[in-house]
Ligand binder design. Structure first.
Ligand code: GUN
Ligand code: ZN
Length: 434
């Protein structure tokens, strides 16, 4: 239908492979004066403006951004909706932070009106920051997931979420039971999974807050519905790891707990993995599981430094996560700024193109959605962002000194944040305008 066709002219950049596998130069495509053509919510063409404009029917409307960069929408592989209101909770590390701040904050989601209000704020915040897909933790209450999916469906977003399962080691007001968590998850799956661009993720919070019975039922859901996701946390904090060893003495280690309950697999995403050992990385890679690297959270909670080179050595899929509310920014640009510093502290380097990969195609691969999102290849969903070179006076001035797209990209990631995102498009529709 020619009427739904629209074209966007700007500098255009996307990742097409992991720089760790193909080298930096082969990992991206860049069109200094590019054209992106969108038809019925999908990308129908991408190339040099000079070549594509000649073929474009005269009636197709063209938006021209002479001072902006179009990239795929960002993909956040780990974030908590019910922690939107508690970013910046002072002073604690993981386990005390959960008890002091997180559990009381999440308890408010028993109230559907509260859940609806926060879901609306949360989705606006994702889109303001250029995030078009996220893998989202709800609270223990199905209300949180219903609120989120209902809001995401209205905008035809590609989103993944699940209700937290937690039946021990948390306050009574916030626990379910193995059986109720199974039933509630199942009802949410039946209602939302596969509806529009929505997908469900079975969500045991982390090993310490689930009984063996609950972990067994989480695994059972994955067998009953083979295309479901699974999300949880792993090896974030040293005290947490000791606690898991005490709770599951019969298992070899933290990952082995999840392995035993059959929670590893191609659609399983484990948040953090800061203290994973070599064998655990190998096992994650072998099962096709992915890890969400959450630098702002790992620094904020003092959890440690994620070892990306070790993950690369094992060809482990890694995505980027904000981990709001332990993370301190919804912006994946800002998250990449911190990721760079995490690598610096380990004597390693994070190239701008690896960063772009992590925030887009790497996230899509972690979620097994690379045929739909994460690049600007024709045929994929038209989820993209327009990044403004003049978003702030400093960015504008600094970019004038940049000599090539590598430098431009790195500066965008170092100085960029929500202000950098001029527009966000999902399925070809504008869903945020700064
Ligand atoms: N481990 C278990 N629950 C959580 C959570 O809500 N946030 C983080 N960062 N780690 C966790
Ligand atoms: Zn988390």
């Amino acid at each position: 239908m020619p009427l739904t066709r629209k074209a966007y002219r700007a500098a255009i950049l996307h990742s097409i492979a992991d720089p760790a596998e193909v080298g930096i130069e082969a990992s991206y495509e860049y069109f200094e004066d590019g054209l992106l053509v969108v038809e019925d919510g999908r990308i129908s063409a991408l190339g040099h403006a000079s070549e594509l404009l000649a073929k474009l029917p005269a009636q197709v409307q063209i938006e021209h951004y002479p001072d902006a960069l179009i990239t795929p929408g960002f993909i956040d592989t780990h974030i908590h909706l019910p922690q939107t209101g508690m970013v910046g909770a002072y002073g604690e590390q993981l386990l005390d932070w959960l008890n002091t701040y997180t559990f009381p904050c999440e308890s408010q989601f028993a109230d559907q009106a509260h859940a609806d209000k926060v879901a609306d704020i949360f989705i606006k915040e994702l889109l303001r920051n250029g995030t078009t897909t996220a893998l989202v933790f709800g609270s223990v209450h199905p209300q949180s997931v219903n609120a989120f999916f209902a809001a995401a469906e209205k905008l035809d977003l590609r989103m993944i979420a699940g209700k937290v399962m937690m039946d021990r080691n948390a306050p009574d007001y916030l626990t379910d039971t193995a059986k109720s968590s199974y039933q509630d998850s199942k009802a949410l799956i039946e209602r939302w999974h596969g509806k529009g661009r929505l997908h469900y993720a079975v969500t045991p919070r982390f090993a310490p807050t689930s009984t063996p019975e609950q972990l067994t039922l989480a695994g059972q859901l994955l067998t009953e519905y083979p295309d479901l996701y699974m999300q949880t946390h792993i090896s974030e904090n040293l005290q947490e790891i000791e606690w898991v060893k005490a709770l599951f003495p019969e298992r070899k280690g933290y990952l082995d707990v999840y392995d035993h309950y059959q929670l590893l697999g191609e659609r399983s995403v484990f948040a953090h993995g800061v203290h994973l050992c070599d064998d655990e990385c190998a096992r994650l890679a072998q099962t096709g599981s992915a890890v969400a690297f959450c630098p702002t959270s790992n620094l904020f909670l003092g959890s440690g430094l994620f070892n990306l080179p070790m993950a690369e050595k094992h060809k482990l899929n890694v995505g980027l996560g904000t981990d709001i509310g332990a993370g301190t920014s919804f912006s994946l640009l800002n998250t990449l700024n911190e990721a760079y510093k995490v690598m610096q502290l380990q004597g390693a380097r994070l190239s701008p193109f690896k960063s772009l990969y992590l925030a887009t195609l790497g996230g899509a691969r972690a979620l097994r959605l690379e045929d739909k999102i994460g690049t600007l290849h024709p045929g994929t969903d038209a989820d993209f962002v327009v990044l403004d070179y003049h978003a702030t006076p400093l960015l504008s001035y600094r970019l004038k000194q940049a000599n090539d797209i590598a430098e431009t990209l790195f500066v965008l990631m170092t100085l960029g944040d929500d202000r950098t995102v001029l527009q966000t498009y999902a399925a070809g529709q504008p869903v945020h305008q700064r």
